[in-house]
Design a protein around this ligand. Structure first.
Ligand code: SF4
Length: 405
């Protein structure tokens, strides 16, 4: 999608379907708030870029991208070995399914735009990878995050992609397809590959639900409906959403409103001084919430978990390592495998340390390194701060149309 004048995401696209299908009012609400990209989302976009490169070139990740400096929005990342490794997990799964179905690489579509213009002109999304053999269509979605493990079963985003991928085929081919297999590949969680198979009849049923949900997003403001839930997590409108606050308040037995100093109205109607107090208390509030979570964990450890919970275990993902590096090197060499080692240049600080006693040599190499310009990130600072001022947005303009949420 880059380089086009089309938005990166449709307001009723696949990637946010989990939210707007549950809360139709959120589509119009989100238009009133500037969208911000988190560091994690930016990192995910870069991982997709790396994956796209390797899939398009039909080559398994080989360290080629490691060390590349990639920019995304306000963030800059240097691709590291971990990212290459996680992309390799995704690459392996896609290539395994191509090979096991006897499908040539040329049939693989990467970062393919899918659309459902017969439902709505804005009904579109970008599918990470897809291919079809004679009877089955495979759709892949790479999730780089690890905070929330995503399921493939009943996942509206994947069903949306599946439907779009199905309609992207010509009529003859479409008539041959019997089922669509959707794959979630989330390399940084315990179970990195999940898949669900849908019959075409199930997807056509979903199509009816999708069309009805889109219609609900376009109702006049006084008829819009809002529903809070786990889908609010990434909703940019939550800062001004009364439904979200009521839900939080209900779930915390009124603690939330007490903590925010009775800030019952939407955020744009609260005294700025109250918002500043909240902002200044942010660390205390987060620390209090962390303490609540720790206390509940302690209860569970002592055999008294809160009702509906139990003590579970999370095993962090670990990378593969050689059982014995020398042994691996000898065996690989004996088998005639080439290019098994890499030479990596030390960082400027390591070289500087190395040459710290040889000032003459140090002077000679100093111009070999530089510090790339940092990309500034907007932050709220005290007036007497020495951080440079930036252009500001008029708060009244920002919230002027946002009345009904
Ligand atoms: S924050 Fe409000 S508008 Fe956004 S999804 Fe939740 S209830 Fe809907």
């Amino acid at each position: 999608m880059s380089g086009s004048d089309k938005a990166a995401h449709s307001p009723i696209g696949a990637s946010s379907a989990y939210r707007w299908m549950a809360c139709p009012g959120s589509v119009q609400a989100c238009k009133q708030f500037p969208s911000t990209q988190s560091k994690y989302a930016a990192e995910g976009t870069i991982a997709h870029r790396v994956a796209e490169y390797y899939l398009r070139n039909h080559k398994a990740p080989n360290g080629e991208y490691v060390g590349e400096r990639e920019e995304e929005g306000d963030f800059v990342f240097v691709v590291n070995e971990d990212m290459e490794h996680y992309v390799e997990v995704y690459y392996d799964i896609v290539s395994y399914h191509l090979a096991s179905t006897g499908t040539p690489w040329s049939a693989l579509q990467v970062e393919a735009e899918i659309s459902l213009p017969h439902i709505h002109p804005d009904a579109w999304g970008t599918c990470d990878a897809m291919f079809s053999d004679l009877r089955t269509l495979h759709v892949f979605d790479l999730k780089y995050g690890r905070g929330l493990e995503v399921e493939s079963q009943d996942n509206p985003q994947l069903k949306y992609y599946a439907l779009g991928a199905y309609y992207s085929l010509d009529e003859f081919h479409r008539n041959e397809i019997e089922e669509v297999v959707v794959h979630i590949v989330q390399p940084r969680v315990q179970n990195p590959h999940k898949m669900t198979t849908y019959k075409i009849s199930e997807l056509l049923e979903f199509e009816t639900q999708l069309a009805a949900a889109i219609q609900k997003t376009e109702l006049p403001p006084d008829q819009l409906t809002f529903a809070a839930g786990s889908h609010c997590k990434f909703c940019q409108a939550k800062v001004g959403c009364s439904e979200y606050r009521s839900n939080l308040n209900e779930k915390t037995n009124g603690m939330f409103e007490k903590m925010v100093g009775g800030a019952k109205p939407a955020v744009q109607e609260v005294e700025v001084s109250t918002l500043v107090s909240l902002h200044e208390m942010k660390e205390d509030i987060v620390s209090y919430l962390n303490a609540v979570s720790d206390y509940l964990l302690m209860l569970a450890r002592s055999g008294k978990p809160p009702e509906g919970y139990r003590l579970g275990q999370h095993l962090p993902r670990v990378n593969r390592t050689w059982v014995d590096e020398n042994d691996a090197m000898t065996t690989l060499s004996e088998l005639g495998v080439d290019n098994i080692t890499t030479v990596k240049l030390k960082s400027p600080s390591q070289i500087e340390k190395l040459l710290s006693k040889n000032k003459v040599l140090l002077e000679k190499v100093k111009n070999l390194w530089h510090k790339p310009p940092a990309v500034p990130v907007d932050v709220l600072v005290k007036e007497d701060s020495e951080k440079p001022p930036i252009e500001t947005i008029d708060r009244n303009t920002l919230f002027s149309q946002y009345k009904d949420v």
